[in-house]
Design a protein around this ligand. Sequence first.
Ligand SMILES: *Cc1c(COP(=O)(O)O)cnc(C)c1O
Length: 219
Amino acid sequence: MDSNHKLQEVLDGISSAEKQAGRKLGDTRLIAVSKTFAGDQIEPVLRAGHRIFGENRVQESQQKWPQLIQKYPDVELHLIGPLQSNKAADAVALFDVIHTVDREKIAKALAAEMSKQGKKLKLFVQVNTGLEEQKAGIAPDKVIDFVNDCRTVHDLEISGLMCIPPFDDNPGPHFALLRKLAKQANVEELSMGMSGDYQLAIEFGSTCVRVGSAIFGTR
Ligand SMILES: *Cc1c(COP(=O)(O)O)cnc(C)c1O
């Protein structure tokens, strides 16, 4: 099955999960995660009309997206991988949304770059819901204070929270925790759900699912 058919399957899967959960149709945005795939593998999905894409590395994105954006200027590009502060300028220049704000230094660097470039990105705070040592994200008990600091110290608007549940865990409790924290932090959006669990994430209120392999195939 080609990526166009798979894209349509995922879009149908999203609609049916929204229906199942009693949510409004179209409430959930699909980020097509194109990391590791080359421009010519991404283009069929662009030609099918999809415009929201996710990448996890700044450098890889700089190599393939400028040409695609020239052809499809209304692309909305999301950074879903960890960000180093020395890449903040490049990230602000290329991306529209960043899902991985997780520490003071990054918040500060993004605030400075956005004002320098006169560009306002949509931002998510990444939460390490499984407290995994190797994983990025802020600890759940630090989320409220961090979101408030982003607002008051750095004058940043935070749109939502993002998580990547531990690979071996049932993701449900992680989605529930993220939803609870978002309510407490007073943010609207939830970036959660991947190829294997996006329908479950929608039941838990996801507004942004990040789906790669179910569209582009295995990496
Ligand atoms: C790769 C990636 C995804 C997509 O994963 P799939 O299982 O291929 O859908 C989602 N979120 C993040 C942060 C990723 O790095």
